[in-house]
Design a protein around this ligand. Structure first.
Ligand SMILES: *Cc1c(COP(=O)(O)O)cnc(C)c1O
Length: 457
């Protein structure tokens, strides 16, 4: 197999880079400074490693933006997609069914908490949230409660980048510019102790605020949306234990539907298959995407109850239909990849296998937590955030424009690890297939990078 791939044959790395600069507009990226950082062009991967066009190898420390589960190029997933290619690549779910989407729906229903029985497919985390928002809104209309038309969300929520999901989003840097386009949303305080400024302690204070809001406005609320256990894009903010369970009880009491957005936390990231399991919560909607296909193909699902589903039943003339669908909904290739992904969890007992790795990372992180400019280290399973601060005593932040998080991630590259920060929070979200040696490398590269940038840099 000495034959070069066409890109290598036709294009030098420099020529590729030149074309990228000319034509590709990268997401969440200031394009004016993008070329300054010697962009990497990834060409292939092996296991938990990404390899660029120069043949340099990097440990994929953020699972290619939180999606890769069992590593890249897993034979079983590769083969499942190839086998599906020999049958059909795509066929619509609008008025037709297809085999992999049926099998996957059954698998998902078996996997999620009891009572979640109906699977509505779409193609991204954002769309899975749009679906939950629209379904909950229409649910109350069709139950004869049209006044229940508003939503509540957490202060620093992130639920995607389409307008509905941005409306419920609360990360000012990303979302405030678009406020003029968005529907208004009630806010619950972010339940995060490190920067808690509300009354009382974080857990009791944030629940008291929720109870107060529900008493005042619960009658108008269709649903509350939360990222369970960990608010990812807000900076890996870990919720106090008990928060989700008690919030879900408040929702039940006030007849408010609960949407749990497990787009980031789903598929083992927090140590259990779904984060809601750790709090014994069965939401009315569970949104999944990122890890669903093992990081191979875009696919999402919004999983709901018979109770919600039945509110949409009626004759055609009654117009209770859920008029929503994306063209590639239930794509057979993506569903085949997802089935293979879930089969690996079962066969390899991934959740058991990763437990000592999570412990090993925790041990390393305890060391890193002592560094001069580390404010807080947060970990829930394989989801980790290291918040860098200018001053540990006052928790004063580094100025946004200093790009300290970004510089730490660039420094980590020199030590063979690819990371992507969220502001001044360094995110580690390795594939669940991370080995002990790789965990050691990840931690040592991170430690060196933080020291280089914040202590000597
Ligand atoms: C990434 C993410 C989304 C959006 O998913 P996309 O596939 O990028 O649209 C939604 N919710 C959470 C919690 C996420 O982390």
């Amino acid at each position: 197999m000495a034959a070069p791939t066409p890109t290598q044959a036709e294009m030098s790395p420099d020529a590729l880079l030149d074309l990228d600069r000319r034509h590709v507009w990268h997401p969440f990226t200031q394009m004016q400074v993008w070329p300054d950082d010697e962009p990497l062009i990834i060409e292939r991967a092996e296991g938990n490693w990404l390899i660029d066009v120069h043949g340099r190898r990097f440990l994929d420390g953020v699972s290619s933006l939180w999606v890769t589960v069992h590593g890249h190029r897993r034979k079983e997933i590769d083969e499942a997609i190839r086998a599906q290619l020999d049958r059909v690549a795509h066929s619509t779910l609008l008025g037709l069914a297809n085999v992999p989407s049926i099998l996957l729906a059954k698998e998902l229903v078996d996997l999620v908490p009891d009572g979640l029985t109906r699977v509505f497919y779409s193609d991204s985390g954002s769309t899975s949230v749009e679906v939950a928002l629209k379904m909950s809104y229409q649910y109350w209309l069709q139950r004869g409660r049209p006044e229940k038309a508003r939503f509540a969300a957490l202060g620093e929520a992130y639920h995607g980048d389409t307008l509905g999901s941005v409306s419920v989003g609360g990360v000012d840097l990303f979302h405030s510019k678009f406020r003029g386009l968005l529907f208004p949303v009630e806010r619950l305080p972010t339940p995060h102790a490190y920067r808690w400024t509300g009354d009382g302690d974080c857990l009791e204070g944030s629940l008291a605020a929720a109870e107060k809001l529900f008493q005042e406005k619960g009658r108008e609320l269709a649903a509350v949306i939360v990222e369970p256990l960990v608010q990812g894009a807000a900076g890996m903010l870990v919720q106090p234990s008990g928060y989700l369970r008690r919030l879900s009880e408040l929702c039940r009491k006030h007849e408010i539907l609960l949407i749990c957005d497990e787009v980031a936390t789903g598929f083992g990231r927090t140590g259990t298959m779904f984060a809601v399991e750790q709090e014994g919560v069965r939401p009315d909607f569970l949104c999944v995407a990122k890890g669903l296909t093992g990081g191979y193909l875009p696919l999402a699902a919004t999983i709901t109850t018979d109770e919600v589903y039945s509110a949409f039943l009626g004759t055609v003339a009654e117009e209770r239909t859920f008029f929503h669908g994306h063209t590639y909904t239930g794509n057979p290739l993506a569903c085949a990849a997802a089935l293979a992904n879930l089969e690996i969890f079962r066969r390899e007992k991934t959740l058991d296998r990763m437990r000592p790795i999570i412990e090993r990372l925790a041990t390393h992180l305890a060391e890193i937590a002592r560094l001069e400019h580390v404010g807080e280290v947060r970990q829930r399973g394989m989801m980790i955030g290291i918040e860098l601060v200018h001053d540990r005593a006052t928790k004063a932040e580094f100025p946004y424009g200093d790009r300290v998080g970004h510089r730490v991630c660039l420094a980590a590259r020199k030590h063979g690890v690819l990371l992507r920060p969220l502001g001044n929070v360094i995110v580690l979200m390795p594939p669940l297939s991370l080995t002990a040696d790789e965990a050691d490398l990840l931690a040592s590269a991170l430690r060196k990078a933080i020291v280089e940038v914040t202590e000597t840099g």
